[in-house]
Structures are given as structure tokens and as C-alpha cells.
Design a protein around this ligand. Structure first.
Ligand code: UT7
Length: 331
């Protein structure tokens, strides 16, 4: 029997209706469209509105989109992983709620948190369950309601983040399509540069913390930027080299959408032409765990069976890595 690889066989996505444009942000904080566009590439982002609607709301819509497109019976899904940095609640699994709501009643489920690398690490994790031969249908969802942890008076962060979700289905493949190689890293010395300090177990929320708005995300953008540029490019080049791939072999770079300049720098180190770089940061901003599947969803019609994709991400922690995957279907 040939080796089992883990192939992506379907994609789905969801973004909320409300569009927060650069022009609206100009009325909220001291910023302007020109600065945001040239420094980040972002024009607008989506925000989830509505009492009690959390990350699971986004995840459920993305999963339902995939299920409808692929025409699968949710009862056949065996595992649901929700990659997220913004779970609905503490202690209760967002994935369990999501799985039940989509009718994946025979699945087990868990959340996976690695900041902006959550989906990338999730791809690695989902693939292992498939490669083991024990599971045939693994649903991986990347979803984040970033607006729940953003201070809309802080121009350093509120211009960047948006809400959204994307989902992919992993299935076994015996023709060699799917995940080929991965190089995943982390470095905890980066924690202080991107974090929401209060509200976790180290620093439970206090009245004083709330008054000082310390439950919201803080980012030392310049330090994160420097680390993102060098580390994301390093791992992308490393995965090319160790798989004997050149820029000509690569069909697409699927890079975390945090800043267009970081993506451009990674593509430049890989010597990739612009037309091989998936990009949708202008529409959605940084949706944390959702950027990679939202790219796949937007570009699905252009993807061809056998295309070689390099995924790359960098995020809080720090966490980062790259994955090499062969696309398994024509849509
Ligand atoms: O996804 C997780 C990983 N996250 C990332 O990868 C994000 C990495 N960081 C970045 O993308 C960029 O650092 C930012 C977009 C956050 C900031 O861009 P930057 O080019 O690094 O700007 P900066 O923080 O160095 O600030 C430059 C100037 C400062 O003014 P002075 O000190 O030079 O007078 C800031 O106060 O720009 C100012 N500034 C702004 N001006 C207008 C900062 N934010 C804004 C703003 N509008 N929104």
C-alpha cells in the first residue's frame, strides 16, 4: 500500500457583513488612509457585530459553507479542530460547540492556539491524524473575532485586525497530493511584544486593569515587524531548499496576512513573482487564524491539481513556520 498523505479536499469561508474602512477609522483615531495603505496594505476589514456572537459564530458559518460546497454529511466528520486566538469563553471548548452546531455529532474536537500561526500549526496537526491512517475526515477551521480584544482608541492595533473564518477538509490521499513537509518554530522570548496581558491566568482581570484598558491587545509593532520579516522569510527559504525546490517550481505563496510589506519581503527572499503571491489583506486586514484559509477560499478557482503551495506564518509568542503542500483538486 502506498504512503498516506493528508490532502486538502474542500475549502469554505465566512466574513461578517460590517465593513470597517480606513475612512471610518480616520474618524475614530488619529490616522489616515494614506498611512494605513502604505504601511500595511490594508483598506478595510470585517467586524462581527451582535450580542453574544463570538468566534464560534464565524467558525460555524465557514464550516457550513464548506459542507454545502463539498456536499458532505457532517456526521462523517471525525475531528473538528478550531484554530483560534479568541475562543468564545474560558474553560468551554469553542470547537465542541462548533462541531455540535454544524451537526458533526460523531466527531471529537479541540481548540488549538498559537496566535497568528494557529492555522499553520493546525494544518500540521490535522495532517498527522490523517497520515496515521486512523482518521478519514478532519475539519480544520481558522477563526478569530479579533475585534473582541482590540482597543478602538489605539491606532497602533485597531487599524490592523479584522474578524473572519475559513475552513478546510483534510482527507487521505494515496497519489502523493497534500502536505509534503513542514518546519515549525516558536520562541517565547517574544511574548512581551504582542499580547493581551489581562484576562488570562497570569493576570486575571481587575477593575484597575479594565480602567487602564490592559485587557486589550498591545503590540510593539516595530519589533514584531522585524522578527516577522526575517523569520518568515527564513523558514520559507529553508523549506524550498530542503525539498530541492526553486522559485519556478512554486505555484503560490500562501502567507499570513499581517502586513503587505512582510509578505512582499518573504516573496522577494524566495525570488517569487508577484503574480504567485496570494493577497487579500486589503479586504480583510489581519484575521489571525483565518488569513490562510481565507486566501485559499479567495483563490480556490485559480488553484490546479498538482500546484505546489508554500504556506508561511508568523505570530505572537513568537510562533512561526512554513508548510509545503501539493494541491489535490481542480475546482
Ligand atoms: O500577525 C501577528 C504579527 N503581527 C505583525 O506581523 C505586525 C507587525 N508590525 C507591523 O505591521 C507594523 O509595525 C505596524 C503596521 C504595526 C506599524 O508600522 P511601522 O512602520 O512599524 O510604524 P511604527 O510603529 O514604527 O511607527 C511609525 C510612526 C510613529 O510615529 P513617529 O514616532 O515616527 O512620529 C507612529 O506613532 O507612525 C506612527 N503611527 C501611525 N500614524 C498614523 C503608528 N500607527 C499609526 C497610525 N496612523 N495608525
Amino acid at each position: 500500500m502506498s504512503k498516506i498523505t493528508a490532502a486538502i479536499t474542500a475549502v469554505g469561508a465566512y466574513v461578517p457583513d460590517y465593513v470597517l474602512t480606513n475612512q471610518i477609522l480616520e474618524t475614530m483615531v488619529d490616522t489616515n488612509d494614506e498611512w494605513i495603505t502604505t504601511r500595511t496594505g490594508i483598506k478595510e476589514r470585517r467586524i462581527l457585530k451582535g450580542e453574544g456572537k463570538g468566534t464560534s459564530f464565524l467558525a460555524i458559518q465557514a464550516a457550513k459553507d464548506l459542507i454545502a460546497k463539498k456536499g458532505i454529511d457532517p456526521k462523517d466528520i471525525e475531528l473538528v479542530i478550531v484554530a483560534t486566538a479568541t475562543p468564545d469563553m474560558k474553560a468551554a471548548s469553542t470547537s465542541a460547540f462548533t462541531a455540535t452546531q454544524i451537526g458533526a455529532v460523531n466527531a471529537f474536537s479541540f481548540d488549538l492556539e498559537a496566535a497568528c500561526s494557529s492555522f499553520l500549526y493546525g494544518m500540521s496537526t490535522a495532517a498527522k491524524y490523517i497520515e496515521s491512517g486512523r482518521y478519514k475526515n478532519v475539519l480544520l477551521i481558522g477563526a478569530d473575532k479579533n475585534s473582541s480584544m482590540i482597543n478602538y482608541e489605539d491606532r497602533a492595533t485597531c487599524i490592523i485586525f479584522g474578524d473572519g473564518a475559513g475552513a478546510v477538509l483534510f482527507e487521505p490521499n494515496e497519489e502523493g497530493y497534500g502536505l509534503q513537509d513542514e518546519y515549525l518554530r516558536s520562541d517565547g522570548s517574544g511574548r512581551e511584544f504582542l499580547q493581551a496581558k489581562y484576562g488570562g491566568s497570569s493576570y486575571p482581570t481587575t477593575v484597575e486593569a479594565l480602567e487602564n484598558k490592559e485587557q486589550y491587545v498591545f503590540q510593539d509593532g516595530r519589533t514584531v515587524f522585524k522578527n516577522a520579516v526575517s523569520n518568515m522569510a527564513d523558514v520559507a527559504v529553508k523549506i524550498l531548499e530542503r525539498n530541492n525546490l526553486t522559485n519556478n517550481d512554486i505555484s503560490w505563496l500562501v502567507a499570513h496576512q499581517a502586513n503587505k510589506r512582510i509578505i512582499d519581503a518573504t516573496a522577494s527572499r524566495m525570488e517569487l513573482d508577484e503574480d504567485k503571491v496570494m493577497m487579500n489583506i486589503h479586504k480583510y486586514g489581519n484575521t489571525t487564524s483565518a488569513t490562510l484559509p481565507l486566501l485559499l477560499n479567495d483563490y480556490e478557482s485559480k488553484l490546479k491539481k498538482g500546484d505546489k503551495l508554500i504556506f508561511a506564518a508568523f505570530g505572537g509568542g513568537f510562533t512561526w513556520g512554513a508548510i509545503y503542500l501539493n494541491w489535490a483538486y481542480n475546482s
